[in-house]
Design a protein around this ligand. Structure first.
Ligand code: APR
Length: 249
């Protein structure tokens, strides 16, 4: 009897967590006007429910992307790598920049963990694979897929924030290098502005070898620029309502 009670309690608490996840999803989704969040939730779930936790490829999210196409905004799109905090803080300031985490899908799933399991229609939020545990895990595949869509949507002057406190700011294994940059098309993207975020302990600058690789990887015709900007300057700009978008650096 005791075991049965424990089993029921565990079951109830796990399904509550699943509900909590759906509530968070729906609440975040409903902040965006003009979307059918129930339809988006259904498309989302189809990607990973009743599937092996390490066998969810990025394509599993194709119908989700179709149900909620990424918002685009030429000249405001911001990419980043190893600079999440500083990039997100700046994107939160007014309407200066649009990061994928501020699009509907990105904002709904930012910071969340989810997976399914074979033979069940549940959404689990614990016991899911870690980012590097297997390549085709539901969370990693989602970010790969949504980032591909964000890269495809890039247009006009595009900005990317990279980190000068690491030896390889343009890391070939990063999502930015391996997925997004490759999708910038010179027919749509005019210019790529790299903002290299520096700190007291910076180890590199715009002459970094990996940035040479970035330039070589760019579709011919896209203009490249690199600017070193202090982290504190960007942070100051993010929190100063009197600073306009164009005057942060
Ligand atoms: N463990 C957990 N999460 C990870 C890991 C990891 N080992 N590696 C990456 N991530 C997730 C985290 O959510 C992290 O904040 O990917 C995010 C970005 O990782 P970075 O290495 O800092 O950068 P990058 O791989 O280039 O991805 C950022 O992709 O999300 C898009 O448009 C966005 O341009 C941005 C780029």
């Amino acid at each position: 009897v005791l075991l049965l009670i424990i089993a029921i309690a565990l079951g109830v608490s796990l399904s509550r967590r699943g509900n909590e996840f759906k509530n968070t999803f729906m609440q975040r989704c409903e902040k965006f006007e003009g979307y059918n969040c129930t339809e988006i939730w259904d498309a989302f779930q189809k990607a990973y429910v009743d599937r092996d936790q390490c066998d969810v490829p990025p394509e599993a999210y194709d119908s989700l992307i179709e149900a909620a196409p990424l918002e685009t905004s030429c000249n405001r799109m911001m990419f980043w790598s190893k600079t999440k905090d500083v990039a997100q803080d700046l994107a939160a300031k007014g309407d200066c920049f649009l990061t994928v985490e501020r699009t509907l899908l990105g904002s709904v799933l930012d910071g969340l963990t989810w997976c399914g399991k074979r033979g069940s229609d549940e959404t689990l939020t614990t016991g899911c694979p870690e980012w590097n545990e297997c390549v085709k895990n539901p969370v990693r595949s989602f970010w790969n897929r949504v980032s591909a869509a964000f890269g495809d949507a890039a247009c006009g002057d595009v900005t990317a924030m990279l980190n000068a406190s690491i030896p390889t700011p343009f890391d070939p294994k990063s999502i930015f290098a391996s997925i997004e940059v490759k999708r910038f098309k010179s027919s749509k993207v005019k210019k790529l502005d790299i903002v290299l975020v520096t700190e007291m302990n910076s180890v590199t600058n715009c002459t970094n070898k990996s940035l040479q690789d970035l330039q070589n990887m760019l579709d011919k015709g896209i203009i490249y620029s690199c600017l070193e900007v202090q982290k504190s300057q960007i942070q100051k700009c993010s929190s100063d309502p009197n600073k306009s978008c164009g005057s942060c650096w």
